[in-house]
Design a protein around this ligand. Structure first.
Ligand code: UFG
Length: 337
């Protein structure tokens, strides 16, 4: 029996693949390599290069492998891009997920773990935000993911099918063993951008908005270390295997850091000062997003191990430092065939 990991060549999905292999699971990855890398998928896992919108490709996976559950990571994830190109997000994140779910249900798959997002909450009225807060996304990214939660809810009601939707807050850091990290060249995420600026890989960086209603005027986010996030997925899988009911759970630590605090930490950890420009607000950014983090602890017994911004930044920095040599080695290996 295997777990199908869509987006398993990407940042978060790739950490899931490592974690599953670490505990001896069989893994099949489906990834179109639009932002992921074949080198990020270790040998024991099967890599299928393809698209979730391709019904025949999905049917072939279900015919050729004994898939027990799906962990669905593949998605577009850049909020401002979703504002500029909403149809891309509704195609990629909503329509293709619907297709995946349809083909999976037809193939008799009954367990599904979905990468949802804190962006479903929009501009929350209270922080920390509980799962019971009414979803009110303020950008197409959040809406595109919320629609999938609704599809899953309805399918679970109609069929013998259970799911766990995990609403990620801001995922950051890298595998503590140093095997994987955030590798996308044009990543827009704060910690990645800041460590790139520290390394001189970009001339500097912008702070998007200094007039938010927060103590220092910059946005506050709940940064969750990627391996802690993946531990939640393994618990979700165990829960579904035990016959547990469908759940929607926040994934965050329950406290946040401002953009300025994160940039200061990157400067402190790296010992490098870099140019920071105070810029205007970025479209679609809520002022503050902090997880109400009790439910996942209570229902899945999740207990985070890496709740430490300094460590998170350190991991991101160490990964960024070695990324060029990893990419060069992979290109070399691909050339040699
Ligand atoms: N930011 C900057 N400068 C940068 C990059 C980011 O000031 O160069 C700011 C943003 O404006 C925001 C904060 O840093 O205030 C965090 O931005 P990110 O782009 O790192 O992350 P987002 O909060 O926009 O989005 C992330 C994920 C989403 C998820 C969301 C939920 O990409 O998938 O967190 O909080 F939905």
């Amino acid at each position: 029996m295997a777990i199908l990991v869509t987006g398993g060549a990407g940042y978060i999905g790739g950490h899931m693949v490592l974690a599953l292999l670490d505990v001896g699971e069989e893994v099949v990855v489906l990834d179109d390599l639009s932002t992921g890398f074949a080198w990020a998928v270790p040998k024991p896992a099967t890599l299928v290069i393809g698209d979730m919108g391709d019904t025949a490709a999905l049917e072939a996976i279900f015919a050729n492998h004994h898939i027990e559950a799906i962990a669905h990571f593949a998605a577009k994830i850049v909020v401002p891009e979703s504002v500029a190109d909403p149809l891309l997000y509704y195609l990629n994140n909503t329509a293709k997920a619907r297709n995946l779910i349809e083909v999976a249900v037809r193939a008799g798959i009954r367990r599904f773990i979905f990468s949802s997002t804190a962006a479903v909450y929009g501009e929350p009225i209270v922080n920390p935000i509980s799962e019971d807060a009414p979803p009110a996304p303020i950008n197409p990214y959040g809406r595109s993911k919320l629609m999938v939660e609704w599809i899953l809810e309805d399918v679970a009601r109609a069929r013998d099918f259970s799911y766990v939707a995990l609403r990620y807050f801001n995922v950051a850091g890298a595998d503590p063993a140093g095997r994987l990290g955030q590798s996308t060249p044009n990543a827009t995420h704060l910690i990645k951008v800041a460590v790139q600026a520290a390394l001189g890989r970009r001339p500097g960086m912008d702070v998007y908005g200094t007039d938010y209603p927060t103590p220092d005027g910059t946005c506050i986010r709940d940064y969750i270390q990627v391996s802690d996030l993946i531990a939640a997925h393994l618990l979700a899988l165990a829960h579904l295997r035990d016959g547990g009911k469908s759940l929607v759970l926040n994934c965050g630590y329950g406290h946040g850091h401002s953009v300025n605090e994160v940039i200061d930490m990157v400067k402190r950890v790296t010992g490098i000062d870099f140019p920071v420009r105070l810029a205007g607000r970025r479209a679609g950014d809520p002022a503050m997003l902090v997880a109400g983090a009790a439910r996942i602890r209570n229902l899945l017994g999740w207990s985070p191990r890496y709740d430490n911004l300094q460590e998170i930044v350190h991991e991101a920095y160490e990964w960024e430092r070695k990324l060029p040599s990893i990419t060069a080695k992979a290109t070399d290996a691909a050339r040699k065939g």
